[in-house]
Design a protein around this ligand. Structure first.
Ligand SMILES: NC(=O)c1ccc[n+]([C@@H]2O[C@H](COP(=O)([O-])OP(=O)(O)OC[C@H]3O[C@@H](n4cnc5c(N)ncnc54)[C@H](OP(=O)(O)O)[C@@H]3O)[C@@H](O)[C@H]2O)c1
Length: 228
């Protein structure tokens, strides 16, 4: 049975991925900021083998504690899903350095810290995969809205994943960022293109078929490649 770790699993795409992995007979270990308040997540314990841990990815100590709790546990798939977008603080006059750095910590640096913290666990897998949920807004290719901190944090995440894919190639660890689509969640809003069910289903099918040849490249939820 494969073991999957997902960050930011109490709502949105993370919650739906947790549900779908459990429904397809995977053991799922998740991190969220407030486990005692994560009712929808805790309810999934009835679906399959779910373990819920406290994890605030803005805090490096919390990341270390989370990884220490998993010491010795084999992990096949790590999904860095937790992310933030504060639309109030994005425009040229709204953004500020403190908020920007916080966004970078959560969206760009934490995925690196979690991956490094769980590296020994991943290396015991016969097919280790690290997938970070990025965004098309991080692509330098697209002409999109000017979300300074969010877009730049996802562009940085893409670069971090690319470097990591090269560092871990010899160890057989597949690493890539993925755009989940524009999804109907708290972050994406109700006008978004696809449901969390469609996004999570696409991402899981992609991860299940992921090969080393696809490592270090930027993908979309439907399996199509995304330009950097
Ligand atoms: N929805 C879209 O259209 C879209 C498009 C492109 C990319 N994405 C990316 O997809 C991922 C999931 O987004 P979503 O749409 O599901 O967003 P969401 O509904 O806003 O959920 C975000 C999740 O991240 C968690 N999170 C935020 N900060 C955290 C922290 N410091 N520590 C731990 N967990 C934290 C949240 O937990 P709390 O409940 O504790 O806040 C929540 O579980 C994000 O990385 C996002 O950037 C989404």
């Amino acid at each position: 049975m494969e073991t999957v770790v997902i960050t930011g699993a109490n709502r949105g795409i993370g919650l739906e991925m947790t549900k779908q992995f459990l429904n397809t007979n995977r053991r799922v270990i998740v991190g969220c900021r407030n486990p005692s308040e994560a009712t929808a997540l805790n309810d999934l314990s009835s679906v399959g083998e779910l373990s819920v841990f406290q994890l605030d990815v803005s805090d490096s100590v919390s990341i270390k504690d989370f990884c220490a709790e998993l010491s010795g546990v084999n992990i096949d798939i790590l999904i860095n899903n937790a992310g933030v977008l504060d639309r109030e603080k994005q425009g040229m006059l709204g953004v500020n350095a403190k908020h920007w750095l916080e966004t970078f910590k959560i969206n760009s640096i934490a995925p690196f810290e979690v991956a490094v913290g769980l590296l020994e666990n991943l290396k015991t897998s016969s097919r280790p995969r690290i997938v970070s949920v990025s965004s098309q807004l991080g692509s330098l290719h697209l002409k999109g809205p000017g979300l300074y901190s969010y877009n730049s944090s996802k562009a940085a995440l893409n670069q971090v994943m690319k470097i990591m894919s090269q560092d871990l190639e010899a160890d057989g660890v597949i690493v890539c960022p993925i755009h989940p689509g524009w999804v109907q969640t708290d972050m994406g809003g109700s006008e978004a293109d696809i449901t969390p069910q469609e996004s999570a289903g696409g991402i899981i099918s992609f991860i299940d078929n992921l090969t080393m040849e696809q490592s270090g490249r930027f993908w979309q939820w439907n399996g199509e490649e995304h330009p950097w």
